[in-house]
Design a protein around this ligand. Structure first.
Ligand SMILES: [Zn+2]
Length: 91
């Protein structure tokens, strides 16, 4: 049983991570969008960067939101949260 990972579940600027077999092993999740790291813990790029989206996210080394640069030009990926609290990316 999985629930849609909806905005209503999110603290406004909560940062979460999900396992990935790309991008150094994890994706960052912020407001329904996913980001990949470029060899730094604090600067993240939209996971649709290769599709032309230039949105970037800056966080502190402790994982707290700092700022969002740019706007996504695409809908968010499909994310679901399992009952044990894990987030799964479906596309
Ligand atoms: Zn994007």
């Amino acid at each position: 049983m999985m629930e849609k990972y909806g905005k209503f579940e999110l603290r406004s600027d909560a940062i979460e991570f999900i396992p990935s077999n790309r991008s150094n092993g994890r994706l960052l999740v912020h407001r329904e969008y996913t980001y990949v790291s470029m060899n730094t813990k604090t600067r993240w790029y939209c996971s649709k960067k290769k599709m032309g989206c230039k949105t970037k996210l800056v966080i502190t080394p402790e994982g707290e939101f700092v700022e969002l640069l740019g706007q996504h030009d695409h809908p968010p990926p499909l994310l679901y949260r399992t009952q044990d609290g894990q987030i799964i990316k479906l596309n």
